[in-house]
Ligand binder design. Structure first.
Ligand code: NAP
Length: 310
């Protein structure tokens, strides 16, 4: 019998990739909802619709992602709390009632991002990196690292994680960072950083890019596949880090993008102070995946994305 999957935020960047992947597998029956189908902040309506369908799996891709707006505007911060904290909490309870698995997506922004990349031998503080900094290899935050966000957005996502951990019986919290893939097709849908920079590179002789905020890009179709594999392997409930491999700053990523796209646009490295923004960002927040097979390097995923766009 096919497993029923409900995707919330089905027109978003990640939601589209998940919907597409699961729909291609006859073992799944997929229902994808976005704003037109259900207002997920109307918890009564949401519960009725989910109880009616009784999915085996709920993939929650809805989120409030306007990092700066949430920082500077109290009403927007309340909206962030509603979507990023209260919604996952409610979904956890509904998932228990219908015995469904809840997959909640989260972010590297739950971490402070103050790991010193250049320091020899790791940060020496297990409550910082959860072990990721120790014993050589790539530095970063392991799944067990202690969240301590530096923005209101990061705080709202951390609170959502806590709601799921406290309330859900069967859950995966999957952290990702710097998502890219086909643009969201929702009414307020956004393009990824790579698409924005590709357009800029085609139209300008030079671009200025911040050489900071080092973390791992995540290709939406790769994360969708890694999510499906995790569900099918049935690993222990808990927190997983599933970005692509290879931490880079925004500047380093644009160099790679233009190299692959054959653009000769000049790329100028600037500090974050060149583009002041209301919310603080983690300076170094590579997510270490120590539980699941590593995803391919982001450069390889980017090459595939660019060639599929042609
Ligand atoms: N994008 C990143 O770089 C990034 C980084 C780290 C973690 N994440 C996490 O990854 C997950 C997926 O992110 P994403 O970039 O794919 O998000 P997204 O493109 O913004 O998709 C979210 C979807 O949910 C819809 N939605 C918003 N409010 C809704 C409501 N009240 N009722 C029903 N649907 C609603 C959105 O519609 P509208 O677009 O019309 O509002 C959109 O289609 C999120 O948990 C996010 O926090 C993303």
């Amino acid at each position: 019998m096919a497993q029923k999957v409900v995707v919330l935020g089905g027109l978003g960047m990640l939601g589209q990739a998940l919907t597409d992947l699961f729909r291609h597998d006859p073992n799944y029956e997929v229902v994808a909802w976005d704003k037109e189908d259900v207002d997920v902040t109307d918890f009564t309506q949401l519960r009725e619709k989910l109880v009616d369908i009784k999915p085996h799996i709920i993939l929650n891709c809805v989120a409030y992602n306007a990092v700066d707006l949430a920082e500077e505007d109290d009403d927007q911060y309340q909206k962030a709390l509603l979507l990023n904290r209260d919604l996952p909490g409610e979904l956890a309870i509904i998932a228990n009632d219908i015995d469904a698995v809840l997959v909640q997506y989260s972010t590297d922004y739950v971490f402070p991002g103050d790991i010193d990349e250049k320091k020899e031998g790791g940060c020496g503080n297990s409550s910082c990196c959860g072990g990721g900094c120790h014993g050589g290899g790539e530095k970063g935050y392991g799944e067990g690292a202690f969240p301590n966000p530096v923005s209101r957005y990061g705080e709202s996502k951390m609170l959502g994680e806590q709601e799921v951990m406290m309330n859900a019986h069967k859950y995966y919290i999957i952290r990702l960072s710097k998502l890219f893939g086909n643009p969201a097709s929702s009414p307020d849908g956004k393009r990824s950083f790579f698409d924005v920079m590709l357009e800029a590179g085609k139209n300008k002789p030079e671009v200025q890019v911040v050489d900071s905020e080092k973390s791992c890009f995540t290709y939406a179709p790769d994360l969708a596949m890694a999510t499906k594999d995790l569900l099918e392997d049935g690993d222990q409930w808990g927190v997983y880090h599933l970005p692509n491999t290879g931490a880079v700053t925004w500047y380093e990523a644009v160099l790679e993008l233009y190299r692959q796209a054959g653009l000769e646009t000049r790329v100028i490295s600037v500090t974050p102070e060149a583009f002041p923004r209301p919310a603080k960002r983690p300076v170094y927040s590579a997510l270490i995946n120590s539980k699941r097979p590593p995803l391919r390097r982001y450069e390889v995923a980017l090459a595939e994305y660019l060639s599929d766009k042609k």
